[in-house]
Design a protein around this ligand. Structure first.
Ligand code: PLP
Length: 302
């Protein structure tokens, strides 16, 4: 007889299909991967420097230095993970107990609900308004048990975003004791005047955690690397939970180099905007409506 184990009432994450029989080089669009691949500088540095017989730096120090330099933010408040995915997991482990509640928009990144549910927390879904996150609906779902609100901005899969004033309003109206997690996964693809990244806006906040990833515009999805940014006293506890050597040295090196290659990121941004607009116009001419180009994917109304 085995000891008792839990049965978790949730479907695990199901990636989109990446292979189709008989069709060579099929391109999967559902994972929002970089259209232009990866910066060539990344491959050059990996060829030169990588030592895979050694354990990686446990705390990704050089990468965190590079991040803090690039975004003028504090070294101690950065924590790197095997994808921003792992940061979501750590946040859930740190904050949630069974019976706690988490609010996520109905159409949102699945990992927020999956990791919350694994801990046994209750998921409350907030309705969108015209496929956009609604502050009013989030606030409606708050109870004395609410611990975390997760949003991605711009959001996957809807491609809509909350403006700067709306983010400020959300933080202001939400009970100060509730943690707000803002996932900046697509921030590099949007340069609108009324948009501000979670990192820029909440760098100094004491109740917001920001998520960033190298999987999208930096083209490092396979290396599994992302980071979180939050209040020092929270991040300190997150480090205690983090698995040792969670980010490979290959990933750390690649991420450092990819941050330096601003030309590649600019090129990717322009490529995305140019072709995104073109395809959007074409689809519109067939009366197929999509989101505006704030991300590197389409949310298509069929
Ligand atoms: C793709 C994506 C991520 C990235 O996850 P990683 O674990 O860093 O690969 C995070 N959040 C959202 C909303 C995404 O769409």
């Amino acid at each position: 007889m085995l000891p008792k184990f839990r049965k978790i009432d949730i479907q695990s994450y199901k990636p989109g299909k990446s292979k189709i029989s008989r069709i060579h080089n099929a391109i999967k669009l559902s994972a929002n991967e970089s259209a232009l691949g990866t910066s060539k500088r990344v491959f050059r540095i990996l060829n030169k420097k990588i030592k895979i017989n050694k354990y990686p730096d446990n705390n990704s120090k050089n990468l965190r230095k590079q991040i803090s330099k690039k975004y003028s933010c504090e070294f101690e408040k950065i924590i790197c993970g095997a994808g921003s995915d792992e940061i979501i997991q750590i946040i859930c482990q740190l904050f949630l107990n069974s019976k706690d509640e988490v609010i996520v928009p109905r159409y949102s990144f699945l990992m927020y609900r999956i990791y919350s549910k694994i801990i046994g927390a209750k998921i409350k879904f907030s309705d969108e308004e015209n496929f956009k996150v609604s502050i009013k609906e989030i606030l409606k779902n708050v109870t004395s048990r609410t611990k975390i609100v997760f949003i991605a901005n711009p959001n996957n899969p809807t491609g809509t975003y909350l403006k700067k004033e709306e983010l400020i309003l959300l933080r202001k109206k939400l009970n100060q004791k509730i943690l707000l997690v803002i996932d900046d996964a697509y921030n590099e693809y949007i340069k609108k005047k009324d948009y501000i990244s979670g990192l820029k806006l909440f760098k100094k906040s004491n109740n917001v955690i920001i998520l960033r990833t190298f999987s999208k515009i930096y083209g490092l999805a396979s290396l599994r690397i992302g980071w979180g940014y939050g209040p020092k006293r929270i991040v300190k506890e997150m480090y205690k939970i983090k698995a040792p050597f969670n980010v490979s040295s290959t990933a750390q090196l690649a991420a450092i180099e990819s941050l330096k290659d601003e030309r590649f990121v600019n090129k990717s941004f322009k490529h995305n905007l140019f072709w995104g607009k073109k395809i959007r116009n074409l689809l519109n001419s067939y009366k197929i409506h999509t989101n505006e180009i704030n991300t590197n994917f389409f949310f298509i109304e069929l």
